[in-house]
Design a protein around this ligand. Structure first.
Ligand code: NAD
Length: 384
């Protein structure tokens, strides 16, 4: 048994089909009176914003329904001015990682405005004054984490910066699988494989702990049973419920451990080669699992069992390799890209991408030590 550290965040989670209808009741317990909702146009069109407005009545003072992907800094400035003027006391993010992300950004920015100084938490367990409420509708996992990314634009250069602070971990998360019934196939598959990757990298993380391991294995089980079915038949409430349960567990696993090579390299592919996060995840995951196999065979063998693979008579290495093969099969079944060349990565860029990845802290947190940049070049070549 390894030594470990675990930080509990006080979070209320409400899970189940139809649980959005409990929003008035649960937010009442927090005595919230001036809430601001962040979401995308689609949720307005599909009637969900009206429905939340009806349920919360005058306790919802603003609905900002123009959220763009990846938390744009100009939108944070615009929304912050409205939030200040309306003296809001809580932010709600309804949508994927982008809607939840901007809600987190506003919570932190309001705290900085109030105190006049950077709002870094003095104690790891300190809670925010402007709580974040998350209503996730994809499988990205932001609803359980103390992190958001913000995109800053200067002239033609865009840079995405990650902000981490325990105070922005949502205090209340409402998981309603009914909200995911119309999640498009591409986002279902891409954010779903991303949630699965959170479980795999939590399982072999250098900072893993008993709770992250338990959550990761539960997440692998649920996602393994439901992801492909959600892509094939998005209207299946049973599959959507199982998948959202898996994504909750993936979020729990992710929230308390360091990710490794897979996540580090996916961020480099997104930031430096313009590959979408879902595509990067589907292309790289099975390659990284094979790369890490000699050091993480025991963990990947556990993953294989949780995926329902019959591992009787197999060595840990064989079982771990079977789990990587199964991931590659899922990617094919879901029609996701499986080669970097198919998503616009130029072969001649590989040495540069490998160099950037070699400098990434997340890549350095990989359980198998990366000794030299050539190892990463080979990995990217194999995925090309
Ligand atoms: P997203 O939030 O950008 O949403 C993608 C699109 O799907 C949007 O147009 C949205 O309106 C639509 N959509 C979302 N849910 C829908 C539904 N149920 N039905 C129909 N349409 C729906 O995508 P995402 O993949 O959830 O999030 C990606 C962002 O989240 C990235 O910026 C990523 O970096 C970030 N992220 C953050 C964390 C974290 O811990 N903070 C974790 C993972 C991802």
């Amino acid at each position: 048994m390894k030594d470990f550290q675990y930080l509990f965040s006080a979070q209320q989670v409400v899970f189940g089909p139809g649980s959005l209808s409990k929003i008035a009741e649960v937010t009442e317990q927090f005595h919230l009176k001036r809430m601001m909702l962040f979401t995308t146009k689609g949720f307005r069109t599909r009637g969900y914003v009206d429905s939340i407005e009806n349920m919360l009545g005058e306790r919802l003072v603003v609905a900002y329904d123009q959220v763009q992907p990846h938390v744009q800094d100009f939108q944070v400035r615009e929304a912050l001015a409205i939030a200040e003027e309306q003296q809001i006391d809580a932010v709600i993010g309804l949508g994927g990682g982008s809607a939840v992300g901007i809600a987190k950004a506003i919570s932190l920015a309001l705290e900085e405005k109030r105190t006049g100084s950077p709002a870094k938490a003095a104690f790891p367990t300190e809670q925010p004054l402007i709580p974040v409420i998350a209503i996730p509708t994809t499988y990205a996992g932001s609803e359980m984490t103390p992190v958001y990314g913000i995109t800053h634009e200067q002239g033609t250069i865009k840079r995405k910066i990650t902000v981490k602070d325990v105070k922005i971990t949502p205090k209340l998360t409402i998981y309603d699988p009914e909200l995911t019934l119309e999640l498009p196939q591409g986002v279902t598959a891409g954010s779903g494989i991303n949630a699965f990757a959170h479980c795999i990298e939590a399982l072999y993380s250098i900072t893993k702990n008993p709770l992250s391991t338990a959550a990761a294995l539960g997440g692998i089980r649920s996602i393994g049973q439901s992801l492909v079915q959600c892509v094939v038949d998005g209207r299946s409430l049973a599959a959507r419920t199982e998948m959202l349960n898996g994504s909750f567990l993936a979020g729990v696993a992710l929230s308390n451990v360091d990710m490794g090579l897979h996540h580090g390299i996916c961020h480099v592919l997104g930031g430096s080669a313009g590959v979408s996060h879902g595509d990067a995840n589907s292309i790289m995951l099975s390659h990284v699992m094979r790369f890490n196999l000699d050091v993480t065979a025991n963990e990947l063998a556990l993953a294989a069992e949780a995926m329902g693979i019959s591992t009787v008579g197999m060595s840990a290495e064989e079982a771990g390799a079977a789990s990587a093969d199964r991931v590659a099969e899922w990617v094919k079944q879901m029609n996701l890209p499986s080669r970097l060349r198919d998503v616009g990565v130029d072969k001649t860029d590989i040495p540069h991408l490998a160099k950037v990845a070699f400098e990434s802290r997340t890549v350095r947190n990989n359980p198998k030590r990366i000794e030299n940049v050539e190892q990463l070049e080979q990995l990217l070549q194999a995925a090309w």
